[in-house]
Design a protein. Sequence first.
Length: 94
Amino acid sequence: MLFVREDKNGVIFKVWISFKAKKNQLTGLWADALHIKVAALPVEGKANETCCSFLAQKLGVPKSSVKIISGARSREKLIKITGANQQQILDLLK
């Protein structure tokens, strides 16, 4: 079951990142997190930037609305997206 929590400003959820993929893609769930594969390496924040850009594109929100609030140096991250709702995140799994 995906960890996702909605508040008045947006939605917070978990992601699990895999690196060095052939392309950026959402592959489903990894425990209680969205599993995202990114083509970037985890060097100098490039994988984090790619993850945020990818999620912004998938959800149709500005990149500035997507923030990593926990786990910037880990594969498991907490992401907050301002202006999004819980249903939009759940729809990513379809």
